[in-house]
Design a protein around this ligand. Sequence first.
Ligand code: CMC
Length: 436
Amino acid sequence: MTTDLKEQKQTADTASITFNGKSVSLPVVRGTEAETAIDIEKLRSSTGLITIDPGYGNTGSCKSAITFIDGEKGILRYRGYPIEELAAKSTFLEVAWLLIHGELPTKDELGGFTKDVTIHTMLHQDFGRFFDALPKDAHPMPVCAAAVGALATYYQKPESDQQAHDTIIRLIAKMPTIAAYSYKHSIGQPFIYPQNRLGYTENFLNMMFSVPCDTYEVDPVLARTVDLLLILHADHEQNCSTSTVRMVGSSMANLYASIAAGISALWGPLHGGANQQVIEMLERIAAEEGSADRFLAKAKDKNDTARLMGFGHRVYKSYDPRAAILKKACNQVIERVGVSSRLLEIAMNLEEIALKDDYFVSRKLYPNVDFYSGVIYQALGIPVNMFTVMFTLGRLPGWIAQWLEMRRDKDFRISRPRQIYVGSPKRPYVPLAARG
Ligand code: CMC
């Protein structure tokens, strides 16, 4: 199946570039929400010029019909549905279907999807040996990336539409099992098998916290909170890890390999790893008796590498709508589990001071999704090194949807940016003996 994303949204407008006395007229495209772009596909062939845009802040890498963000207004929608409504009314599996298929599922579709996911949660028994080969103190993120890549060794097949469907089910079904096993491995406990009687997030919590010699009852409120967190992380258009998934997939690499690369990209502290850094920052401030002002001074100091983690975003230049939802959920969870809210208090205090401080206001730096998610994960008993893995569980359907959209685009091409070379001009080879 292919989709024609290219022909959609061409406008009558053009933009001109004049270079070396010659003008070229480039087409202008406009999206559903009136975002506008110059289509530079013919720029190089007609002028010899390329564009340079470090960090791609002004570059649209694709047309996409999956997620819309208006960073100035703090809007996030999946397939047209506002994140606030999805967070309040849907479930993670429903959102996963929506992202992948483009429409909310019917009752039958959701029932079938849930059943398929439920019966594919087990890992091949040989996978135990994979975990045994890794050091006990391995961070769960590279473990997850390696495990997802290794799934391709069990299910190597060219991808017809039916096989792509099976791969998608397997990935969504097995990811919580891989995540929980990576945690159990790190603490030396036996793996807990998935159970078909449990829902998606209940099953994950059970595999994380159950032990063979004891009973563990999943609290439905906490399971719903995890579901909410997964919904909020499910897609975020062309961020670093999603662009990685598309980039790797554009070489015709299979879905497992592409997702494994996405997990590696997500691990970085400026992307998915920020939630872990937020908690570490809050704990440091707590240990130093609430030195919020002192920490903010360091975050503002250009000679200091400290940043206010969980603040700022490439796209949001106002409050991240996901952070607003999580801030409310924080209080509920902390009340439910009866833990100390010291870190939440520090976070709220930091936010209050930062949002009045000219440094943060003038740069439009607001709390992002990670500012409050870490506090919730900690209240849920999720260990700090698993925070980014939680992000991975949530982002998986978004990665899949974006990968499918790219591969089904009829104008699909391998990703291959250019560069401006600034190295040495041509020079003769110097033999080793003459190099001193
Ligand atoms: N603390 C202090 N200063 C900051 C921060 C921060 N958290 N974020 C940006 N700035 C400053 C930055 O120093 C720069 O100042 P100046 O103009 O004086 O040089 C200005 O604000 C613009 O920052 P930038 O680094 O050019 O912005 P960016 O769009 O390249 O980076 C970001 C976005 C998210 C990487 C950055 O804001 C950051 O490092 N935030 C902390 C890490 C974080 O919370 N990451 C999670 C992002 S949300 C989850 C996800 O989608 O992955």
